[in-house]
Design a binder for this molecule. Structure first.
Ligand SMILES: Cc1cc2nc3c(=O)[nH]c(=O)nc-3n(C[C@H](O)[C@H](O)[C@H](O)COP(=O)(O)OP(=O)(O)OC[C@H]3O[C@@H](n4cnc5c(N)ncnc54)[C@H](O)[C@@H]3O)c2cc1C
Length: 381
């Protein structure tokens, strides 16, 4: 049975992440957002404290924490800056295909790299012409002797410019759609791998987002994850396991919007009283609290299901969709509470609103989550 009570160990993990966000992330978040640069020192410090790769099992040098603890950490990091949280949690996204489908040898090799020294892995699924429609991907794997030749272009790849290796997906037969998709893992320094344009984004600007290009990249059998043709199932299982973490980041954004709004509403006066005394303002803050409590419970339940081997795609999708929509609403309301000042970079709430928008887009848009939920209810029963 799902039990929302947290243990002392979990509370200690949260305290570590909260302290890290207060000391290392919040003071520099605005500056790196403005410059659109990765705060590499912050990521290195997070690695040293043990806040990256937390779910990698101890057999591969990781902490072996559960998805639930990973989500609780993500909430705290996103409270500080959702861009930093996205880039840190991207290592988990990139590691998931290995955890799901890697052989023991592949796990030892690639996951061991992540835990032995500070480095990034990126997850290469989306393409210029294939985002929501994963099965439409055109990146090709063509058999060549014992190995394969990889050609194609991936888009929107988080940390792609900094990653030392990539997990990704390509098709061995575009006409076969999802049945042709195959998962792979490759080092960035293979001949034929290059980085394309860097996106100049609305929000989460300190998180690196680039094209990754493959030109006649030669892969050995050791670079293929699972069986050829199994890639679509691996990608979907990855999303089931990573979406609770997006929901937890949304909880962090909502809590930050609420805290900033409460502080400001008590200080700012109109018509001779603090705006906190106006019912219209009170209701917006009350709705932030309602959203936070709901999303926190939802992501905890979704994470609990992942940790306990209960594969319910819908809980992850509901948590992600609700979390993203509520994060967008609450951060927009925070800007409203701040009035004109909320629309400037003098206060952090405009950044929260820009950062929240991405939650409705990546790892499956809010529309795609609704499609997934409806399909599970109507088709699969
Ligand atoms: C900053 C950023 C970071 C990202 N990081 C990564 C990453 O690390 N790795 C990775 O692989 N991808 C990444 N992505 C890609 C992301 O997952 C895709 O952008 C997303 O899945 C949407 O795909 P798309 O952009 O092609 O939009 P499209 O698929 O073209 O969708 C456009 C619009 O149509 C809607 N739509 C599409 N199909 C339907 C339908 N059948 N019914 C109703 N509405 C529909 C969508 O909801 C959306 O509103 C990232 C994206 C961004 C912006």
């Amino acid at each position: 049975m799902f039990d929302p009570r947290t243990t002392e160990e979990q509370n200690a993990v949260v305290q570590t992440a909260r302290k890290f966000a207060a000391e290392h992330i919040i003071p520099v978040a605005g500056e790196f957002d403005e410059r659109g640069e990765m705060p590499l020192d912050v990521f290195r410090a997070a690695f040293d404290v043990g806040l990256i790769n937390v779910e990698i099992p101890d057999a591969y040098g990781g902490l072996g924490l559960h998805t639930l603890e990973g989500c609780m950490i993500a909430e705290e990091l996103a409270y500080g800056c959702a861009g930093v949280a996205t880039s840190i949690m991207c290592n988990h996204l990139g590691a998931l295909p290995l955890l799901i489908a890697g052989t023991e040898e592949q796990k030892q090799h690639w996951l061991g790299k992540l835990t032995s020294e500070f480095q990034f892995v990126s997850y290469c699924c989306s393409e210029p012409e294939a985002g929501s429609d994963v099965a439409a991907m055109r990146t090709r794997l063509v058999k060549d002797g014992d190995g394969w030749v990889l050609n194609g272009q991936k888009r929107w790849i988080t940390n792609g410019g900094y990653a030392s290796f990539y997990t990704g997906f390509a098709t061995i037969d575009p006409a076969a759609r999802h049945r042709g998709i195959t998962a792979f893992v490759i080092p960035r320094d293979l001949p034929g791998v290059s980085i394309g344009k860097k996106e100049n984004k609305l929000g989460q600007r300190c998180s690196n987002t680039v094209d990754v290009i493959f030109e006649d990249v030669r892969l050995g059998p050791e670079n293929i994850l699972g069986e050829p043709g199994q890639g679509f199932a691996i990608a979907m299982e990855t999303f089931d396991k990573s979406r609770p973490m997006i929901a937890s980041q949304c909880a962090g954004l909502i809590r930050r919007a609420m805290d900033e709004s409460i502080r400001y509403a008590k200080e700012r006066k109109t018509f001779g009283v603090p705006i906190a005394q106006h019912q219209a303002i009170q209701f917006m803050i009350a709705e932030m609290a309602m959203a936070y409590e709901s999303i926190r419970l939802l992501y905890m339940k979704a994470a609990w299901e992942v940790d306990n081997g209960v594969r319910r795609t819908n809980t992850s999708a509901i948590a992600k969709a609700m979390g993203a929509d509520q994060a967008m609403k609450c951060t927009t309301d925070a800007v409203q509470i701040f009035g004109g000042y909320g629309y400037t970079k003098e206060y952090p709430v405009e950044k929260l609103m820009r950062d929240a928008k991405l939650m409705q887009i990546y790892e499956g848009t809010s529309q795609i989550q609704r499609m997934v939920i409806a399909k599970n209810l109507l088709v699969r029963g």
